[in-house]
Write a protein that binds this ligand. Structure first.
Ligand SMILES: NC(=O)c1ccc[n+]([C@@H]2O[C@H](COP(=O)([O-])OP(=O)(O)OC[C@H]3O[C@@H](n4cnc5c(N)ncnc54)[C@H](OP(=O)(O)O)[C@@H]3O)[C@@H](O)[C@H]2O)c1
Length: 396
């Protein structure tokens, strides 16, 4: 039915390509492009359908435009890094091609993620008659859709939302990150932030901890972080009084992170080393395990969801909507661990929503702005089944 161009051949790109290949009635032709073409070729060799592979430097909007002109895809799925969001959006605008990503733009020299740079494209996308869907991973992504679903079916007003993200898996390495180490460490070393009574409250990194009882996993230490879906959800959820985001971290992970920070290895400013300028965090990425390689030994589960507290027909209602995903099962299906899987599957489903016309619009959109029902149906169909737990609260 439609040709897609997927940019990025890392942990998430591998899953997106393999899941799109499973749905040929929608993704009739697939082009995979990345900075290192050999990684695209490796993924291509692992699927039975033929796909086209290309080399591209997606920091350069002109290169991306030429690639789009060459292949004429209907949609570009961006699963490279957040730094490439703007050049790829620019190329989509120049060629009037639909756009989708899983993470919002960050400038390289400042660990700050905000939607303002991408939302600024709204009017130009609307005038060009094309659509950009932002944050179609799990969190952001599925968590936004869980909120839209709760708002549509279970609540008149949602007063409190806690997004909870637990990885209870063990990969056997003393220290590794589950997605791109540079992006991951930038995210968790910046100040935490949540939204309450109409304003943002900032906290020191990892300074608020709570033991949360995760369904099918059990209690885990969870830390309050800032996460990008909070910024769009405060605009779109009715009656909201507070929204927060929590993520689990083990003691071993936090000890390693503290040491790396204390010795300066998480710095993102250039330092002089033997006549070269290097960025310590980029060097650290080069010596840490590749997240895509963790799947071989990964055991255990992830549990990610939203805990809601609000009102329906004048009565208080508390509940959780969540998914549990098993690392080893993901590896058996697509050769990836669950963090890549839970990001790649929603990217495929978001693209499917756009190509089937179930989600359509001209401009730049976040996930919760569309009807959640067809997306929720496809989560069950394509490997991320979800459950509702009535009466669930945040307390252990
Ligand atoms: N929403 C969610 O739930 C969620 C969760 C996890 C991750 N994510 C996002 O998913 C994206 C991919 O993560 P990942 O773990 O797959 O990262 P990854 O394994 O590091 O893969 C990134 C890929 O992008 C390619 N790339 C980097 N710079 C490029 C450039 N200038 N031009 C072309 N290709 C370039 C890399 O190429 P090389 O191989 O040559 O380096 C690599 O193939 C990230 O944006 C991440 O933030 C979202």
């Amino acid at each position: 039915m439609a040709k897609v161009l997927i940019i990025g051949a890392g942990g998430v790109g591998n899953v997106v390509v393999k899941k799109c290949a499973q749905v040929p009635q929608v993704f009739s032709e697939i082009v995979l492009a990345s900075r290192t073409k050999a990684k695209c070729d490796k993924i291509a060799s692992e699927i039975s359908r033929p796909i086209v592979t290309e080399q591209v430097d997606a920091d350069d909007a002109k290169q991306v435009s030429s690639l789009i002109q060459k292949h004429q895809p209907k949609l570009v799925i961006n699963v490279a890094l957040p730094y490439q969001d703007l050049p790829i959006m620019e190329a989509c605008l120049a060629t009037r091609t639909h756009y989708l990503d899983t993470a919002n733009y960050e400038p390289k020299d400042e660990a700050k993620f905000e939607y303002k740079w991408q939302w600024a494209y709204h009017d130009r996308y609307a005038r060009a008659g094309i659509m950009a869907l932002l944050g179609s991973g799990f969190d952001p992504g599925v968590t936004n859709v869980f909120c839209a679903y709760a708002q549509k079916h279970f609540y008149d007003e949602i007063h409190y939302v806690d997004i909870v993200d637990c990885n209870a898996g063990e990969h056997g390495h003393p220290f590794a990150t589950n997605f791109n180490p540079e992006i991951n460490i930038r995210e968790i070393t910046q100040k935490g932030k949540y939204w309450e009574n109409g304003r943002w409250v900032e906290i020191e990194p990892m300074s608020v901890r709570k033991d949360i009882d995760y369904p099918e996993v059990g209690p885990r230490a969870s830390y309050l972080l800032y996460h990008e879906e909070l910024e769009s959800l405060v605009k779109h959820i009715r009656g909201l009084k507070r929204i927060r985001f929590w993520m689990t971290f083990g003691e071993q992970y936090l000890t390693h992170l503290r040491v790396l920070q204390n010795v300066g290895m998480t710095r993102i400013d250039p330092v002089e080393y033997e006549g070269h300028k290097i960025i310590p965090l980029q060097f650290l990425k080069a010596v840490l395990p590749d997240p895509g390689s963790l799947g071989v030994t990964y055991k255990g589960k992830t549990c990610i969801g939203c805990i809601f507290d609000g009102v329906k027909d004048g009565r208080r209602r508390q509940m959780m909507i969540y998914n549990v995903c098993d690392h080893a099962e993901c590896y058996r299906e697509v050769g990836a661990q669950a963090v890549s899987y839970t990001t790649g599957v929603p990217a495929m489903i978001g693209a499917k929503m756009m190509l089937e016309g179930k989600w359509k619009g001209a401009g730049v959109f976040n996930m919760e702005q569309f009807d959640p029902d067809p997306f929720m149906e496809d989560l069950n169909r394509y490997g991320l089944p979800w459950k509702v737990l009535d009466g669930k609260t945040l307390e252990c």
